[in-house]
Ligand binder design. Structure first.
Ligand SMILES: Cc1ncc(COP(=O)(O)O)c(C=O)c1O
Length: 395
């Protein structure tokens, strides 16, 4: 393989949230961290080079985005996901969560209902609650095989009953790994628009899609979908540059876009991160081949983990991820309660994962893994898990 994804780097003492904050997060140093969505794979060489060039100038002053920068984002999205987003519909923010928050503040009033589909990336819930909006939890359904889907009848009932104003869609969905089909997105959108709901589509995981699945940008479905939604994305997951703080909010409707721009400006945020911008430009223009190889490497990690679990840990069930690098594992078959499971994962297996309950109560007794790392790390995690489960079974 042209790129090296196998090398295990020691990331300790690099100010890494994933590796250097165990004590602050009440974990022990010997837990192998597979929690936060941050890869243990180095960013691609063109980004490293661009960052080095910036560093060498000795000037790290303010910058601003130009049309040609927004066009770089638009070209990437067109090339990779087949939809043309007008460059001038794009606003930059330091993060997707920040962008979601400002868009919600701009487009809703205090107390308004905002709906999410649990289990889901947990900051969605906090950003709604912490900003004086009413959180409505729609719960995803799943079959015996752990395949998640939207029960549209319940989805619509919740919207109508609670007078929902905004629905935050996670597409692809973290943590259940669904890559929503065009027909699912269309149904969800049609229901939302019928009841005057604006859709916020968080597409940060769009580049991590496997097999025959295809990421469909929500806005690509029709001009109405583009007009009545806001898209959120970022190079942060794909290129492992989350610390550089650059993300995009895309709103085609000028009224929405201007309101969001004003909300962002009201927080005092005026200029994008110069370092983030340098990385973003290199990412979206020089790294397509690296992304293809990296995604295929991660998919092999997923297949390895899935194979390991089905052969060695039949009491666990891993939902087959159609997308994202965050396998979702049902541990209810172990017969442990929430604290017993936590003890097994943290104290016996010595793993630092994201416990399922933080994604919503329907996730209790699940664990979310992060396999965006060298294969050896996944192997190590599986070995630790198997040993711990065997220990518990013997007792
Ligand atoms: C669905 C989703 N949205 C947003 C984020 C974080 O984005 P940011 O760091 O740009 O706020 C993550 C990170 O894991 C995520 O999974």
């Amino acid at each position: 393989m042209k790129y090296d994804f196998d090398t295990v780097y020691d990331r300790r003492n690099t100010n890494s949230l994933k590796w250097d904050f165990a004590a602050e997060r009440h974990h022990s140093e010997d837990e192998l961290p597979l929690w936060v969505a941050d890869m243990d794979l180095k960013a691609p060489e063109p980004i490293i080079r661009a960052m080095r060039d910036l560093t060498d100038t000795g000037f790290y002053g303010y910058t601003l985005d130009k049309h040609e920068d927004r066009k770089i984002v638009s070209d990437w999205l067109k090339r990779r996901h087949g939809h043309f987003f007008d460059p001038d519909d794009i606003l930059f923010t330091p993060g997707v969560v920040y962008g979601l928050t400002q868009a919600m503040l701009a487009l809703t009033d205090p107390g308004d209902a905002v709906m999410i589909s649990e289990p889901v990336y947990y900051p969605f819930g906090s950003l709604v609650r912490d900003n004086g909006r009413t959180l409505i939890r729609h719960v995803l359904s799943h079959n015996d095989n752990g395949y998640y889907y939207i029960n549209f009848e319940d989805f619509e009932t919740q919207i109508v009953r609670n007078n929902v104003k905004v629905y935050i869609l996670c597409s692809p969905h973290n943590p259940v790994g669904r890559v929503w089909t065009e027909s699912e997105l269309k149904k969800a959108g049609d229901i939302c628009f019928k009841h005057g709901v604006t859709v916020f589509s968080d597409e940060i995981h769009a580049d991590f899609v496997y097999e025959d699945n295809k990421h469909i940008p929500f806005a690509s479905i029709s001009p109405e979908f583009e007009e009545r939604s806001v898209t959120f994305t970022s190079p942060s997951k794909t290129f492992n540059i989350a610390g550089l703080q650059v993300a995009e909010v895309i709103a085609h409707d000028a009224k929405k876009r201007n309101a969001i721009r004003q909300a962002i400006s009201a927080t005092g945020y005026a200029e994008v991160s110069a370092a983030g911008f340098v990385a973003m430009k290199a990412a979206y223009t020089e790294c397509d081949e690296w992304v293809d190889s990296m995604v295929s490497y991660i998919y092999d990690n997923i297949r390895y983990m899935e194979g390991f679990i089905s052969s060695n840990l039949p009491t666990l069930h891993m939902t087959h991820p159609e997308g994202t690098y965050l396998p979702w594992v049902d541990c209810s078959g172990l017969g442990l309660d929430k604290s017993g499971l936590e003890d097994l994962i943290r104290n016996k297996a010595k793993l630092w994962l994201d416990a399922g309950h933080i994604f919503g109560t329907s996730g209790t007794l699940f664990q979310r893994f992060n396999v965006a790392c060298p294969r050896k790390t996944v192997e190590e995690a599986m070995d630790r898990l198997l040993k711990a489960v065997n220990e518990v079974n013997i007792q």
